[in-house]
Design a protein around this ligand. Structure first.
Ligand SMILES: Cc1cc2nc3c(=O)[nH]c(=O)nc-3n(C[C@H](O)[C@H](O)[C@H](O)COP(=O)(O)OP(=O)(O)OC[C@H]3O[C@@H](n4cnc5c(N)ncnc54)[C@H](O)[C@@H]3O)c2cc1C
Length: 386
């Protein structure tokens, strides 16, 4: 890039690459800082509206070439509590849909996004990190990990939960850590899940099997960190026994297909997602436990709103970057608050030992089971419909 970039996008995760593509497509000379990290072994359940966005913005083609449809959500209360919820099955047909969404390996999504980015002549990607960011006379001065210093009017911080862009600049965030973590791996089941994502709700968190095609499933198990560490230490045979027990042997024998990976869980919310020529997207702006598959769905809505803010901007005026960041913050405010609040309430209600909270949760699931209009509303909320 011979001239100074009009925008710098920081972070090479899924939100970062999608944001870099969106910013470059809006016509800005864009520098993308995307240091190579270890491969992201997670999968993402993306709801219908997110998949529609990915297709409309040519980030992916046919979803069936990358992932597997999610047609049902089955919730099994596996707790020993006094007030237990009924087993509940949500079917996409009840919402008038072929599928709620799709389950994609993150590695495949990232590859597809990178292909879309490589086709854009005004997008330059460097495998460098941001090591410092300071206010300049006309924007932000960025120091890169190779010592290069550049100035730009507009910065997108999509550098994950510990975002340097967020902590070193103007943003205020609230963070809360949990004693739980999430353990993920790929499994082969004796009996296939079909299109059903099956959640066993235990006192310390859900044990979820997500369909990954054929007899394969992706496991997301949330539990106390020490319990997960002990399970990991028990080796493949110990893990297999634990998984059989946790899945109540409903799906026959279980074979581990990949090693397990652990992720620390926390919530993070920012007061505003954009100001002073900087916007935050993805986990730089919001993080929460993987309950109800919301994280990346919300991150992609960040990117969609970033594209809308840039499309509406007049970049011929001075301080256009400040105007874009203010517009973005306004567009994102409701969705961030609503989604963050919903996931937090859901997670806490799952873990709560408080009897009225258990009664509310069980009563809520009964109501969703019995009342189609309420169920439709809940589907819409979970899918991120605006
Ligand atoms: C177990 C688990 C399961 C999940 N399942 C789902 C699901 O089913 N559906 C869903 O919607 N969401 C899900 N999520 C959430 C989803 O995975 C995340 O929201 C999403 O991956 C976050 O992407 P990101 O790009 O914002 O952050 P990250 O993937 O963390 O990427 C941040 C990037 O920034 C880079 N970076 C950091 N610092 C710097 C720097 N100084 N300079 C340059 N680059 C930097 C990092 O190297 C990294 O590449 C799940 C999360 C977990 C933990």
């Amino acid at each position: 890039m011979s001239r100074l970039p009009e925008a710098v996008v920081v972070g090479g995760g899924l939100a970062g690459v999608a944001a870099a593509v969106a910013v470059a497509r809006a016509g800005l000379r864009t520098l993308h800082l995307a240091p190579k990290g270890p491969p992201d072994r997670r999968t993402s359940a993306l709801m219908g509206p997110s998949v529609d966005y990915l297709r409309a913005s040519s980030l992916i083609g046919d979803p069936s070439s990358l992932g597997h449809p999610l047609t049902q959500i089955r919730i099994i209360d596996a707790t020993d509590r006094l007030i237990r919820a009924p087993e509940t099955l949500f079917d996409s047909k009840d919402a008038g849909l072929e599928a709620f969404g799709w389950n994609f390996p993150n590695i495949k999504l990232l590859e597809a996004f990178e292909v879309a980015g490589a086709a854009l002549p005004n997008l330059e990607t460097r495998e460098l990190s941001l090591s410092g960011i300071d206010r300049g006379s006309d924007g932000w001065i960025l120091t890169l990990s190779d010592g290069t210093v550049i100035e730009t009017p507009f910065v997108v911080g999509s550098d994950g939960k510990k975002s340097l862009v967020r902590v070193a600049t103007v943003f205020r965030a609230r963070e809360h850590g949990f004693t739980q973590s999430a353990l993920v791996c790929d499994l082969e089941l004796g009996r296939p899940l079909g299109g059903a994502s099956v959640e066993f709700h235990y006192e310390q968190g859900p044990f979820t099997l997500v369909p990954a095609g054929g007899s394969r499933a992706n496991l997301v198990w949330i539990d106390d960190r020490e319990v997960l560490k002990a399970a990991q230490a028990s080796g493949p045979e110990g893990l297999r026994e634990t998984f059989l027990k946790k899945s109540q042997r409903l799906f026959g024998d279980i074979k581990l297909l990949t090693p397990t990976h652990m992720f620390l869980l926390s919530t993070l919310t920012v007061e505003r997602a954009g100001m002073d020529g900087i916007v935050l997207a993805g986990e730089a702006a919001h993080a929460f436990p993987p309950i109800g598959a919301q994280g990346l769905n919300l991150g992609l809505r960040d990117v969609a709103d970033l594209a809308a803010s840039l499309a509406a901007a007049d970049r011929s005026v001075p301080h256009w970057a400040q105007a874009v960041s203010a517009d973005y913050a306004a567009r994102r405010a409701d969705d961030l608050e609503r989604t963050g609040g919903m996931v937090d309430a859901l997670f806490r209600s799952l873990l709560s030992d408080f009897l009225p909270a258990q009664a509310l949760r069980a009563g809520g699931l009964w109501a969703l089971r019995l009342l189609p209009p309420l169920r439709k509303q809940a589907f819409g909320l979970g899918m991120g419909n605006r």
